[in-house]
Design a protein around this ligand. Structure first.
Ligand code: ADP
Ligand code: MG
Length: 269
């Protein structure tokens, strides 16, 4: 495949960083609507960044850019040292072919608000599907690992159940196990508990808390302020496509400096 015209690598790209997720001045527009107006965020390996902000502020779009489900218009995103969607050669960026993008994407697990399980497959089949189909893992090995993951999310006894027989919270925990089955380097969660009945939220947050404690690098879009304060290393408040304020959750979520953050927290708390 012939690479697209090279573009000059962002000057910032030359600056070394230890961050496993390194987003710099990310811009994204849909037609005339500029949705991300220069987002910069660095997340170190093992850290949990919690992203908050009103509906429409660009949180989901930003996550989708990290996973290259959306292509950014300007700026740079690196995950584990690789430029998302591009290959860097001689100070220039070349667009990666589709297959290489797919390989990059596999390093980033994503869990959405809606559980997105395959309805015609059991919990176990949902978890083993990608390792077998995409990574060529042998069925027996995939199954063994899937059972460990189901155990980890507290659902070993539901391996044979179909999604329709599971609660929303159980489905979401299966979705987490399914993402983990690809051994991602980082996990992105987009409002993973927003669609759940209140009594089911806790079990899902517990699984995410365990995952964070195990050292997984995570970006979590959530309005669960308690979770963000307890588990988050970084809190990021976005509004209108910009980062209004970011810092330690004990600062940003307890005594925010910016009026927009204060107003938002007053609404969700
Ligand atoms: P959030 O997750 O913070 O609620 P989103 O990232 O979903 O915000 O959306 C930010 C803005 O981008 C919204 O105005 C939304 O309507 C718009 N948007 C998102 N995806 C698309 C798309 N595929 N095409 C056009 N506009 C979009
Ligand atoms: Mg969203």
């Amino acid at each position: 495949m012939i690479p697209a015209q090279p573009v000059e690598a962002d000057a910032a790209a030359a600056v070394g960083t230890s961050a496993i997720i390194d987003a710099r001045d990310v811009h994204k527009r849909f037609g005339s609507l500029e949705v991300l107006k220069g987002i910069t965020l660095q997340v170190e390996r093992g850290q949990v960044a919690c992203l908050l902000g009103p509906s429409g502020s660009g949180k989901s779009t930003f996550l989708r850019c990290i996973n290259h489900l959306e292509k950014i218009d300007a700026g740079l995103i690196r995950v584990a040292g690789e430029t998302v969607g591009y290959e860097e050669r001689g100070g220039k960026l070349y667009e990666l072919p589709v297959r290489a993008v797919a390989r990059q994407r596999r390093g980033v697990g994503m869990v959405f608000q809606r559980f997105n399980l395959f309805p015609h497959m059991t919990a176990l089949e949902n978890v083993i599907e990608a390792p077998i189909q995409v990574r060529g893992v042998a069925r027996a090995a995939a199954k063994e690992r899937a059972l460990q993951l189901l155990e980890r999310v507290g659902l070993a006894d539901k391996a044979g159940a179909y999604p329709s027989a599971l609660s929303g919270g159980q489905q979401q925990r299966i979705a987490i196990a399914r993402a983990l089955a690809m051994d991602p380097e980082v996990m992105l969660f987009d409002e993973p508990t927003s669609a759940l009945d209140p009594e089911l939220v806790g079990d899902v947050l517990d699984v995410m808390r365990d995952l964070a404690a195990s050292g997984m690098t995570m970006i979590v879009v959530t309005h669960e302020i308690g979770f963000a304060r307890e588990v988050g290393d970084i809190a990021v408040f976005m509004d209108g496509g910009v980062v209004v304020e970011q810092g330690r959750p004990s600062d940003v979520l307890v005594s925010p400096r910016e009026a927009r953050t204060q107003a938002f927290l007053a609404k969700v708390l």
